[in-house]
Design a protein around this ligand. Structure first.
Ligand code: NOJ
Length: 570
């Protein structure tokens, strides 16, 4: 144990090494959670002040998006210094206090680690620019000479994920690679300094009591940049190959990198955990989720499904198999800081495409077209979430979804922050709409986000009705639903198995059992169906008596129930 570790407050956290397998993890976007000092930006002390809220919500862990020093070219995913706290968000002492408060409340903490790229203000990148072409300093990143007759053309036609060229020129005729914004130069993971420095960072935060790491673009670190470089079209056409041969994504060399990380995680008791953000073919996810690697990987399949019984069933069944194959547990997620909130996605017309396309189109239109049915969106989001919270595995929740928040489309252009907006002027309105600071108190400036009159991203007036104080006093609110479900979930997650059940032969009703006499039923139809047998423990919406036959109960449309039934004899 290091000296620092010894000083971290004694916690009530158990030392169960498997705590992560079925945890409910709540994602905090620190700048938008709670502001303690009145600068309109959320901070670490703000998080500490809301630990009682997190405890009452009933989550097992929080995952913090980056809080490191950063110019915020990409909301903090452009890191200047991996082993410090952004002064606008606090200090390392504030961090320690926050960890201690979380642990005292029985809540673990996962921090975001961003290994594919640093910011262009990172010490190493500044040294690389100053040292010039051919220097060892440049070798920690990916610099190449210009091409073309005047050597002023980028080395390839690659486009960055945020639009525009993936190569940025320097003043001395070279270009550097950035898969994301130009302020996010990609590291060269063949360089021993890069590898050693990240091991140091993992130990730094683990020693401070961090329980695990969310690994940003985990599938991008290893790259094959040997010549000739393929074209952008060739890269795109082979993006999801499953043999590790893509020059940029999901290469075999990653195994070796993450084996080194695993050795560091296992230096701790209990071992630190990690979850990979890896947008790879589902059949490759097990590589990241293996216990010799990061141990867990996000499954974004449900997030991409429409609200459809068949899609949900297929996704769940496939992922149960993937989890078995990797030995890891399932991960489920509907919303995060990168996607249109699921209450909004589900409130848009069904027939306009999957994969979030319809949500993006709505944001793009400033919330005008296609029309959003707000109530339906929330009804379906509640049903989907209650279903998801009953699945075996780990549930990742995103701040504000417990309030039934919709995406905010009406952010003025001059207030927007997200590089995806600036890199594609007017075309992609970006991800700010799910990052608007939370409403805590209906009748307070900035809805209680902090002492200031306003927050750094403007909150819409309709946030008032979703404020925590309003929802906490309403037994039918989305917040009350999450609290009830998360409390019951602890009991329900005793084992990791699921058995499909039938509800008549209705393909639009999904039903499954969990060990111990739990039955979960979701009616995906807009119309009611007969209520399944069993005692209702929690329902995602009001359960009305059927109007035409007194006494007969129905399961309303787009609603999930958890029922207590006689345990099956297995
Ligand atoms: C994934 C993160 O979730 C996203 O917010 C970020 O922009 C990119 N990685 C680049 O770091």
């Amino acid at each position: 144990m290091t000296e620092h570790e010894a000083s971290v407050d004694a916690s009530v956290i158990s030392d169960d090494p498997d705590w992560w397998r079925q945890a409910a993890v709540y994602q905090i976007y620190p700048r938008s959670f709670a502001d303690s000092d009145g600068d309109g930006i959320g901070d670490l002390r703000g998080i500490t002040s809301r630990v009682p809220y997190l405890r009452e919500l009933g989550v097992d862990a929080v995952w913090l998006s980056p809080f490191y020093p950063s110019a915020l070219a990409d909301g903090g995913y452009d890191v200047d210094d991996y082993r410090d706290v952004d002064p606008r968000l606090g200090t390392l002492d504030d961090f320690d206090e926050m960890v201690a408060a979380l642990h005292r409340a029985g809540i673990r903490i996962i921090t975001d680690i961003v290994p594919n790229h640093s910011s262009n203000r990172h010490e190493w990148f500044r040294e690389a620019l100053a040292a010039g072409p051919g220097s060892p300093e440049r070798d920690r990143y990916v610099f190449r000479d210009g091409h073309g007759p005047h050597l002023d053309q980028p080395p390839s036609d690659w486009e960055s994920m945020f639009g525009g060229s993936a190569w940025e020129p320097t003043d001395d005729g070279q270009f550097y690679l950035h898969l994301f914004a130009p302020e996010q130069p990609d590291f060269n993971w063949h360089h021993p300094d890069v590898r050693a420095d990240f091991l140091k960072t993992l130990r730094f935060w683990s020693d401070r009591g961090v329980d695990g790491f969310r690994v940003d673009v985990a599938h991008a670190l290893a790259k094959d940049l040997s010549h000739p470089l393929p074209t952008h079209a060739e890269l795109e056409a082979t993006r999801l190959v499953t043999d590790g041969s893509h020059p940029l994504w999901d290469r075999e060399e990653l195994d070796e990198i993450y084996a080194e990380w695993r050795a560091v995680f296992n230096e701790y008791d209990p071992p630190r955990i990690a979850v990979a953000e890896a947008w790879v073919a589902p059949s490759r996810r097990h590589r990241y989720a293996a216990e010799t690697s990061l141990g867990q990987a996000f499954n974004f399949d449900l997030l991409r499904d429409d609200f459809d019984a068949g899609d949900f069933r297929r996704t769940i069944a496939d992922n149960l198999v993937f989890a078995r194959e990797s030995g890891s547990s399932n991960t489920w997620v509907f919303s995060n800081h990168d996607v249109v909130r699921h209450a909004t996605r589900y409130g848009l017309p069904d027939d306009q495409g999957q994969d979030g396309a319809v949500g993006r189109a709505w944001v793009l239109s400033g919330g005008q077209t296609p029309p959003l049915d707000r109530d339906r969106g929330v009804r379906r989001a509640r049903a989907a979430t209650l279903l998801m919270l009953a699945l075996p595995g780990c549930a990742y929740l995103y701040q504000g979804e417990e309030l039934g928040l919709h995406e905010v489309a009406e952010i003025p252009d001059d207030a927007r922050q997200d590089p995806t907006f600036f890199r594609s002027p007017g075309v992609d309105r970006g991800r700010d709409g799910c990052r608007v600071p939370l409403p805590w108190v209906a009748d307070a400036p900035a809805f209680g986000f902090g002492p200031a009159d306003a927050s750094y991203l403007p909150q819409p007036e309709w946030f008032r009705e979703h404020a925590v104080d309003v929802e906490a006093s309403d037994p039918d609110s989305t917040l009350s639903l999450y609290r009830r479900a998360l409390a019951l979930r602890r009991e329900l997650q005793a084992a990791e198995t699921l058995t499909w059940a039938e509800h008549g032969d209705d393909p639009e009703v999904l039903a499954f059992d969990r060990p111990g006499g739990w039955r979960v039923v979701t009616n995906f139809r807009p119309r009611p169906v007969p209520m399944p047998a069993g005692d209702v423990l929690v329902a995602s919406g009001p359960l009305d008596e059927a109007s035409d036959s007194p006494g007969a109960r129905e399961l309303p449309g787009e609603t999930t129930v958890w029922l207590r039934v006689a345990p099956s004899v297995d």
